[in-house]
Write a protein that binds this ligand. Structure first.
Ligand code: SAM
Length: 346
């Protein structure tokens, strides 16, 4: 079993799925818990006091995650994104970063809500993290507090972003989910602020992930509309995609070259180029954000499965992959019982 893997790596032959898509990125959720209750992601009514989160023993240990990353690298993965839940609520996360930073050819990054970044940015940088993406949906304190639904002030997130920049977690990217009737008015103030800061702001269309966020097409603000809105005030022009599988459509402001991106998973599906796999906090592997089922790796990791056995399972999952959910999305598929974003990792 190990021979084809080595040959593939030596010849740099990527592992392809049934649609010819290579495996390049792995997103790893390190916890299903979050200190925010964003209304579109982990609504309080569902993720309340009685919600049964994973027990510590159910989570993959750092050693298990490290082993998975090593085996995924052997299959061609070049980029790792640590996510959650809120990854910074996982204890001693810096330790995991340190373990993964051992491979310096790995593009290692992390997505966070920024609430703990001010305290943790320096340790993360020292541990070997290269850059961060911060999720932020408004600069308007009242709008932000009502969206995160735990009354968290926007100022603390902005300070976290500044600290990340100061310690060198660059380039900083900021992701904003736009929901019709909720934070559309925050689009231009966010664009102005991050343009002036020189950080890339990316707008994400509100998606029908999970089954609890009451998604409806009317809630989606199409990227086209945002491009026009921004372009009217601050002219922008398209930039070539950096690599196959890049999720954001990249634009830049004409006057200063600062970039701005649009992630249009609803109105312009990018399944054709999707090179991502996702590992949940308890070791289920998913090949689509909108999946209803995953493949268990924790069982094999905790039994006496060899590296070759686990590598073979990775290859089996990826070579059998046929999903293209966003391209076939309909009102009916939007109602499927898909796995929650907080569980699978955004
Ligand atoms: N807690 C971290 C954070 O806030 O970035 C990582 C996990 S969070 C699930 C990852 C990203 O998914 C966030 O940017 C969040 O806004 C986004 N997200 C969650 N639900 C979404 C939805 N229904 N549509 C679009 N983006 C969503």
């Amino acid at each position: 079993m190990s021979e084809p893997r080595l040959i593939d790596r030596i010849e740099n032959r990527p592992l392809l799925d049934t649609r010819g898509r290579p495996l390049r990125d792995l997103r790893i959720s390190v916890t299903d818990r979050c200190n925010f209750r964003c209304t579109y992601c982990m609504p309080k009514e569902v993720f309340g006091k009685d919600f049964q989160f994973l027990e510590r023993s159910q989570l993959l240990s750092f050693g298990e995650i490290h082993r998975m990353v090593r085996l995924f690298r052997d299959q061609g993965v070049e980029k790792i994104r640590i996510t959650g839940g809120e990854p910074l609520v996982r204890r001693k996360l810096e330790r995991l970063i340190e373990m993964l930073a051992y491979w310096d050819d790995l593009d290692l990054t992390l997505t966070t809500n920024g609430s703990l970044l001010k305290q943790k940015a320096r340790d993360l940088k020292n541990a070997g993290l290269k850059r961060v993406t911060v999720s932020l949906d408004s600069l308007d304190d009242a709008v932000f507090r009502s969206m995160n639904d735990v009354d968290f002030p926007v100022q603390n997130v902005l300070e976290g972003i500044e600290e990340a920049a100061t310690v060198g977690l660059n380039p900083i990217k900021v992701n904003m989910v736009v929901k019709r009737g909720v934070n559309e008015n925050s689009v231009l103030p966010m664009a102005r602020y991050f343009k002036q800061k020189g950080y890339t702001l990316r707008f994400i269309e509100f998606m029908d992930v999970g089954a609890t966020n009451g998604w409806r097409m009317e809630h989606v603000v199409p990227s086209r509309e945002l491009v026009e809105m921004i372009n009217r005030e601050m002219p922008i022009e398209p930039v070539e995609a950096g690599y196959r599988g890049e999720v954001a459509e990249r634009w830049r402001y004409v006057d200063d070259g600062v970039e701005v991106g649009f992630i249009s998973s609803v109105t312009q599906a990018f399944c054709r180029d999707c090179t991502r796999a996702r590992l949940s906090a308890e070791g289920q592997l998913y090949t689509c954000l909108f999946a209803t089922r995953g493949t268990d790796f924790r069982g094999p990791l905790r039994s006496d499965a060899s590296d070759e056995d686990i590598a073979a399972l990775i290859r089996q999952v990826w070579t059998g992959r046929a999903d293209r959910y966003s391209e076939v999305r309909t009102a009916e598929t939007a109602q499927l019982r898909k796995v929650e974003m907080s569980y699978i990792g955004g």
